[in-house]
Ligand binder design. Structure first.
Ligand code: NDP
Length: 434
């Protein structure tokens, strides 16, 4: 803590991992040789830079840009870019740290990184967003490359922004190699990449439910967020027969007791992805209830899928969900549950999956996009989806293997942390002290 003052999110992520690893390392001390843990909590490189750009009124705006290159032990740095006013070094260090374990869990050759800016896309015109993206890449381009660092989207960065950044990268570098994933289909994107994080989260939850002889059929499901991850979590849960009763954004929660339909989801996607609108506009259009300023966790459900942002589900929320009989919580977002909430779920016997396991389908499919680009091929949607399902099943199996307790129950927190760690640690030890 003394070395990372003012970085609560980073300390939270490290604490959660170390609590899982400690008993494992006591039994397997070789993994801690050569100050491995001390090295693992230190990003290999942090780049921070000025992003100046001109708004529509001709005023110059100044934002802060970052890239955290956390670990190259098992492949090029890989992880998204986030544009949100809350972005700072602590948030990005936690995300890059988690990303390193998550990417290891996918079994694909990707290291861990994360980046972004405190730029707020809300209320900006498309031209302003483009100028910002171009200004951001004018600096970042010299630090990334297909075998060095491959960024992607995250909060506030979707297909549109990736397109602007990938375009500027090409212009500056005169090189069309795969330096971004989440690209549009006309310039190297992969089918199923937009769907992958949300679908993958639901595939993971499906595996968890199967351990109790259950499926999504007939289950009531709450989803938080209404962005990329949330939308496709809603879609897949619906396809598997669930009734999805909520979505949210930072203004509040939509509660629809009748559940989503394909038509309603299309309306939500149009509002969010094309009009950059708010969920209360959606609630009005479909005649659903809107709880201003609230999260969805007070709603009684069988399965909860937090898909918005970090620390959006606290201990009180966890207690309410548990009291309402929740069976499974699978995180589509990164670290949406506080440590206390996660512990409460495990203590109550709820099937609980931390984001680094359950949302790894996004980056896994980015890995598949890199493979397709390298081979100059594009695979059909069915093939990518089948690989995604297989990867999520593999991650679930790895969590069960490493997270099984003496009483036969499974800690997905321990399982994900230990399985990811073992791969990264073995790669680090084999490559010497660097
Ligand atoms: P989007 O920008 O598409 O959507 C983000 C959603 O979360 C919006 O509904 C947004 O609401 C809400 N949100 C963001 N910040 C806050 C906040 N501080 N308080 C309340 N609500 C908030 O992002 P994604 O769907 O891509 O990402 C969502 C989560 O999933 C993040 O934690 C991200 O790191 C994680 N993730 C994403 C992956 C991907 O492939 N995209 C891969 C793996 C994890 P509003 O519009 O009001 O801000």
């Amino acid at each position: 803590a003394a070395r990372n003052p003012g970085q609560p999110e980073f300390l939270q992520a490290v604490t959660e991992v170390m609590e899982s690893l400690w008993p494992f390392i006591e039994k397997n001390p070789k993994y801690a040789d050569n100050a491995l843990l001390e090295r693992l909590v230190e990003p290999e490189r942090i780049i921070q830079f000025r992003v100046s750009w001109m708004d529509d009124k001709g005023q110059v705006q100044v934002n802060r840009g970052f890239r955290i290159q956390h670990s190259m032990a098992i492949g090029p740095y890989k992880g998204g870019l986030r544009f949100h006013p809350s972005v700072n070094q602590s948030v990005l260090k936690f995300l890059a740290f988690e990303q390193t374990f998550k990417n290891a869990l996918t079994t694909l050759p990707m290291g861990g990184g994360k980046g972004g800016s405190d730029f707020d896309p809300k209320g900006k015109s498309p031209a302003e967003v483009m100028r910002f993206c171009q200004a951001f890449i004018q600096e970042l381009f010299r630090h990334v490359g297909p075998d060095t660092d491959v960024p992607a989207g995250d909060i506030g960065v979707g297909g549109r922004e990736v397109g602007f950044m990938a375009g500027m990268y090409k212009k500056l570098s005169n090189n069309a190699a795969c330096v971004f994933t989440g690209k549009g289909l006309t310039f190297g994107g992969s089918l199923i990449r937009p769907e992958a994080t949300g679908y993958g989260t639901v595939y993971f939850a499906q595996e968890m439910l199967a351990t109790r002889g259950q499926t999504f059929e007939g289950k009531t499901v709450s989803v938080s967020g209404s962005g990329n991850v949330a939308q496709y979590a809603v879609e897949k849960a619906m396809q598997l027969g669930a009734k999805v009763v909520s979505v949210s954004d930072s203004s509040g929660t939509v509660y629809d007791k009748d559940g989503f339909t394909t038509e309603k989801l299309a309306i939500l996607m149009d509002i969010k992805n094309h009009k950059y609108g708010r969920v209360n506009e959606y609630a009005q259009l479909v005649g659903a209830e809107f709880f201003a300023g609230q999260t969805p966790w007070h709603i009684k459900v069988d399965v909860a899928l937090p898909c918005a942002t970090q620390n959006e589900l606290n201990l009180d929320d966890a207690k309410t969900l548990i009291a309402n009989g929740v069976l499974c919580v699978a995180e589509g977002a990164n670290m949406p549950s506080t440590i206390e909430a996660a512990k409460a779920f495990e203590a109550a016997g709820v099937l609980y999956a931390p984001g680094k396991a359950s949302n790894a389908g996004g980056v896994a499919t980015s890995g598949l996009e890199m493979s397709q680009n390298a081979a100059r091929l594009s695979w059909p949607a069915e093939e990518v989806d089948a690989r995604l399902l297989q990867i999520m099943q593999g991650i679930h199996a790895a969590c069960v293997k490493h997270g099984k307790r003496d009483n036969g129950s499974v800690s997905y927190i321990d399982g994900a942390n230990i399985a990811g760690f073992v791969k990264v640690a073995e790669a680090m030890q084999a490559q010497g002290v660097i």
